[in-house]
Structures are given as structure tokens and as C-alpha cells.
Design a protein around this ligand. Structure first.
Ligand code: PEP
Ligand code: MG
Length: 595
């Protein structure tokens, strides 16, 4: 029996929460099976790894069997019973244990050798049935090896309660994961507003990034892991007292969440009567229930590109129409803002051929793709316009950098509307068209843009990276990526003033919308709508109900005079702490601090 010593690591929390689960290491390299000699002292540890891998493979096979019986029927699922039986066959286990203890092979080496021996024996028997069984055994062993290493394709069949430990994950890799089995992410790379972090937040899955690189070598599959994505701490093979302490913390958090739910029917209104709309950002239909649970004021941003990540192709018009119609119907009259496809940057669709670029975030992205691929663009517009007949849909245009581009898009929208007229297909003729403000040139020209559209939605995630030239995904410079930068706040202020002068709506839909320290600044500027992951709506509502807009003018003036991000951040933190201390007894919940 091997005693694991507790290991602890620090990182940056990007999706709040605390969970306890089992380590599941994921590596992009296809499982490289290394066979090597071990020292005598390592025998016990390898035997333990074998035992744990068998347990994980057993659980995985049970899970696959259950899925197969739901999808294919009981009969087809029987094969997995045979697999489970093989996995637990004592003769086979004894042979592997023997190879570890006597020949001093590592587990992976022992499994490969046992398989080679079996293949050799079976191959001599020229019998189809036996050859079939050999393939079964190979399949079982591949589960065992995956349990030991975590291989490239293994995201689609995680064991239960997995906390994934990986260098990085892309949104399309996350799409492969069965979310029922996943409890959290611990990643080496990423940024607060990388799409991986955004997806984790929308799904309500706790995640931390920028974790010490030692973690990849030091932890093993199946080890118990505590992920504290509030403080940014990870404990692997924790001592009993720590485990107990964290179980209690989880209970307290659950209670707090339930208490917050009590606010779902209250209004997000300041103490002096200013109502702020709190809408939800969603990336999939599965998130609609969570939006309804917290009683969000509609959908402020539906990122349509995420709907197509898991598929092997972009949906045709008909499929898209059905999806958009379903969203508005499920929102029962509440407004739904649907953003046109924004692929590129870190949002690659695996099947969509895009050129390799040195600077993908400055390249063929968002509206630039749509304007070139008008076949794709028009089928999305047709689907959206058709769905607008069934509820309150607005169209949001991403990644616009010039008036010419916007006018070209508006021209295509008119063309598509005319087509629908000719075909007698109903759509909302007054459908609102909004613009993402996420590129500095657009923010600077906001007064001109405000005359061209019905509303602005400020995408701080990109606006920050382009304004201060800090890649939103690069963990190495994550500390430079700050929404408190005075240049960013000046641009936002300018955009809000331009929108108000033209009397068009203006909201913030980037991650900064859920930043509690920026909340008084946004309210003071006159922003009346914020859109965020649904998990942050109630906490934001709680804070709005403590603010007094009339008192915030001075705060805004002060902030706008400051020249340094740290100065602004510290000032706003002190303001919020004083406010909460004075009105709430000090507790400020668990929001991510550095957005
Ligand atoms: C943004 O840029 O702020 C935004 C909301 O869009 P995305 O995160 O999808 O780029
Ligand atoms: Mg963006």
C-alpha cells in the first residue's frame, strides 16, 4: 500500500466554486505508452497504480455500458459485461502483477507485455472467434492504459467525479465532455477571458488556471483532489482534516447559494430607484434552465459559434431556425440577443477550414469570415429573421472595425429581408440590430456608429486585449490583462455617452459585466443592462440593491481622473468593502476578483 503525501498548488480562479473529485489527467499528445524498468522501491507504487487504473477502467466500462443500453438497447450493451469480466479476470491481473513485481516493469510496460504474450498464443490458433476475443481484450486494455495516462480521445468517456488536470483545453475539447461526470478544471494555461474560462463559467464548473507546472508530473490519475476555485488552491491526496474542512465549506457554499436564490424574484434596482437589467450570456441551449432558475432578464448574448462546436458541420438554415425559435420560446417573451457567428481567434471549429495565421486574433475572425462566406452568413440571417416572428429577437454583429463593414452587413440583412418578403415568410420587420463594441476603432468612433444601429453591447473581453495589446489567452501576461486600465474605462465611458446622446441602448456583455468592483462605475456611467454568466446574476443583483446611484457621480469623476489601473482597482475595492461593511456586515461572497 502506497501512502500518497498531500501536494498543494496555487492558481488563478476563473470560475468560482469548491469541489472534491478524482484527478483525471488529460494530455493532447496521443497516449504515449512508455515501457521501462522500475526500482524495487517503486514496485508497491506501481501495483497501487495498477489497482487504481483497474478501478477507473471498471467505472468507465460501467458508464459506457449504461449509455450503450440507453442508446442501443440491453442486448447490445451485453458486450460490456464481458469486458468488465475480462478486466477483473484474476489470471490476467496476476500476470500483470507478476510482471511488475518480478520483472520490475512499470504498469504500462507490464500491460503491453501481457497483451503481446496473449496475442502470440491466440495468433497461432486460426480461429475467428478467438481473434474476435483478442480484439475485445485489446479494447479492455486500452481502457486500462487510458485510465493510467489520460489520452487524447479520452475526454468523451470520463470516470465520474473527474477533475480534469491539463495544460490547456480548447472550447471544442470541452464540448466532448459529458458534463454530468465533470466536476472541475485545473489548467496550466489560459486567461480570465479565454473562451475555455468563459465556457467553464457558463456551465457553472469550477476552474482555475495558471497552476504551477509541477502539477502535471506530480499528480496521478484517480488521486483525490480538492479544487478551491475561490481562493485559487488545489490539494491532491489531502489529509483527512483538510478534506473535512472542505466538506464543511461546500455545505456552507450550498446554503449561501440557496439563500441567494431567494433574490430571484426581486428586482435589480438601486436604493434610489434605478433599474438595471441583468441578462445572461449563454453558449448552449442546456444553459437556458439555469437562466430561468435565476430569473434572468432575457439573454444578452447568445454566442452562436458554440452551438456548432460539437457537430461535424455548421447547421443548415432549417436546423438553426429550430434552435433560435426554441430559445425565444423558452424565454417566454423575454428579449434574446443573438450574436452572428464569431469564429476565429481561439474559437476554431474543428471541421471548418481556416488558414493558419500568425496572429489569429487580428486575422480572419468574426464578421470578416461571414462577409467572405456569404453562403454561411445568409443562411444564419434567414434562420434568425424567421425565428424573430416567434419572440423578441435582436441581432448582434460582432467584430466590426469600420463603418464600411457595418454598412455592408446591414446591406446583406436588407437583401435577406427582401428575399423573405418575396417568399412570403413572416419575420419581425422592426427587428433591432446591435453592434458589439469590442475593437478600439469602433469605440473611438462610437458617436458615428450610434447613428447606424439600435443598440451597443460592449465586449470588454476583446476591447481590453486590443486596447492594451494584451492577449486574453496568454497566461504569462495574465497579470497585465486588466479591466481597470484607465484607457479601457475611458473608452467605455465614451461609448456610453455616445449611445446616450443618440438614445440607443447600451449594455456590457464581456466578463467585466460581472466584476463587482466595476459595478458602481458602470451604474454611474448610466449603463442600464449587464449581461453575464447566469451564475453571477443573483450576486450582482444583491450588490445593485445596495448601491445608490445618486452617490456614484463623485466616484466616477474620481476614477476618471486616475491614471493607473492599480490605483483604480484599489480605490474601487475600498469603496465596495466600505459599502458592504456598512450595509451588509462585511461578507462579499465569492466573485472572481481579477476580471
Ligand atoms: C467580448 O469580446 O467581450 C465578448 C463578449 O465576446 P467573446 O468573449 O465571445 O469574444
Ligand atoms: Mg469578442
Amino acid at each position: 500500500m502506497v501512502i500518497f503525501h498531500m501536494k498543494s498548488y496555487k492558481g488563478m480562479p476563473v470560475s468560482k466554486g469548491i469541489v472534491i473529485g478524482k484527478v483525471y489527467k488529460y494530455s493532447k499528445k496521443s497516449a504515449l505508452i512508455e515501457s521501462y524498468q522500475i526500482d524495487v522501491e517503486e514496485i508497491a507504487e506501481e501495483l497501487e497504480r495498477f489497482r487504481e487504473a483497474k478501478e477507473i477502467a471498471h467505472q468507465t466500462l460501467l458508464h459506457i455500458k449504461e449509455k450503450a443500453s440507453q442508446d442501443l438497447g440491453e442486448n447490445q450493451a451485453q458486450i460490456f459485461n464481458a469486458y468488465i469480466h475480462m478486466l477483473n479476470d484474476p489470471v490476467f491481473s496476476e500476470r500483470i502483477q507478476g510482471l511488475i513485481s518480478e520483472e520490475r516493469l512499470n504498469v504500462e510496460g507490464a500491460i503491453q507485455k501481457a497483451l503481446a504474450e496473449l496475442s502470440e498464443k491466440f495468433r497461432r490458433l486460426d480461429n475467428d472467434y478467438i481473434q474476435e476475443r483478442l480484439r475485445d481484450i485489446e479494447d479492455v486494455l486500452s481502457h486500462l492504459l487510458r485510465a493510467l495516462q489520460g489520452s487524447a480521445n479520452s475526454l468523451s468517456n470520463l470516470p465520474e467525479n473527474s477533475i480534469i488536470v491539463a495544460e490547456d483545453l480548447t472550447p471544442s475539447e470541452i464540448a466532448l465532455i459529458d458534463k454530468e461526470l465533470l466536476k472541475g478544471f485545473v489548467l496550466r494555461q489560459g486567461g480570465m477571458t479565454s473562451h475555455t474560462s468563459i465556457v467553464a463559467r457558463s456551465l457553472g464548473i469550477p476552474a482555475i488556471i495558471n497552476v504551477d507546472e509541477r502539477i502535471m508530473d506530480e499528480v496521478k490519475n484517480g488521486e483525490v483532489i480538492i479544487l478551491d476555485a475561490i481562493k485559487g488552491e488545489v490539494y491532491v491526496s489531502p489529509e483527512r482534516e483538510i478534506l473535512e474542512r472542505y466538506r464543511k465549506k461546500i455545505c456552507i457554499l450550498k446554503k449561501r447559494e440557496e439563500e441567494l436564490l431567494g433574490l430571484s424574484q426581486e428586482e435589480a434596482i438601486t436604493r434610489d430607484g434605478h433599474r438595471i437589467k441583468l441578462a445572461a450570456n449563454i453558449n448552449s441551449l442546456a444553459e437556458l434552465d439555469a437562466v430561468r432558475r435565476v430569473n434572468g432578464d432575457g439573454i444578452g448574448l447568445l454566442r452562436t459559434e458554440f452551438l456548432f462546436l460539437r457537430r461535424e458541420h455548421l447547421f443548415d438554415e432549417e436546423r438553426q431556425f429550430k434552435i433560435y425559435k426554441k430559445v425565444v420560446e423558452k424565454m417566454e417573451g423575454r428579449p434574446v440577443v443573438i450574436r452572428l457567428l464569431d469564429i476565429g481567434g481561439d474559437k476554431d471549429l474543428p471541421y471548418f477550414e481556416a488558414p493558419r495565421e500568425i496572429n489569429p486574433f487580428l486575422g480572419w475572425r468574426g464578421i470578416r469570415v461571414s462577409l467572405e462566406r456569404q453562403d454561411i452568413f445568409k443562411s444564419q440571417l434567414r434562420a434568425l429573421l424567421r425565428a424573430s416572428h416567434y419572440g423578441d429577437i435582436s441581432i448582434l454583429i460582432p467584430f466590426i472595425s469600420s463603418i464600411e463593414e457595418l454598412r455592408e452587413v446591414k446591406g446583406i440583412i436588407i437583401e435577406v429581408k427582401n428575399e423573405l418578403e418575396q417568399e412570403n415568410i413572416p419575420y419581425n420587420r422592426q427587428i433591432k440590430i446591435g453592434l458589439m463594441i469590442e475593437i478600439p476603432s469602433t469605440a473611438i468612433m462610437a458617436d458615428a456608429f450610434a447613428r447606424e444601429v439600435d443598440f451597443f453591447s460592449i465586449g470588454t473581453n476583446d476591447l481590453i486585449q486590443y486596447t492594451i495589446a494584451v492577449d486574453r489567452n496568454n497566461s504569462r501576461i495574465a497579470s497585465l490583462y486588466t479591466p481597470f486600465h484607465p484607457a479601457v474605462l475611458k473608452l467605455i465611458h465614451q461609448v456610453v455617452r455616445a449611445a446616450r446622446a443618440e438614445r440607443i441602448g447600451v449594455s456590457v456583455c464581456g466578463e467585466a459585466a460581472a466584476n463587482k468592483y466595476l459595478l458602481p462605475v458602470f451604474v454611474a456611467m448610466g449603463i442600464t443592462e449587464l449581461s453575464m454568466s447566469s451564475g453571477y446574476i443573483l450576486e450582482t443583483k444583491k450588490l445593485i440593491r445596495k448601491l445608490n446611484k445618486g452617490e456614484l457621480g463623485q466616484l466616477l469623476d474620481k476614477v476618471m481622473e486616475m491614471n493607473q489601473a492599480t490605483e483604480i482597482e484599489n480605490y474601487l475595492k475600498r469603496y465596495m468593502e466600505a459599502l458592504l461593511g456598512a450595509r451588509n456586515g462585511g461578507s462579499n461572497g465569492s466573485r472572481h476578483e481579477k476580471e
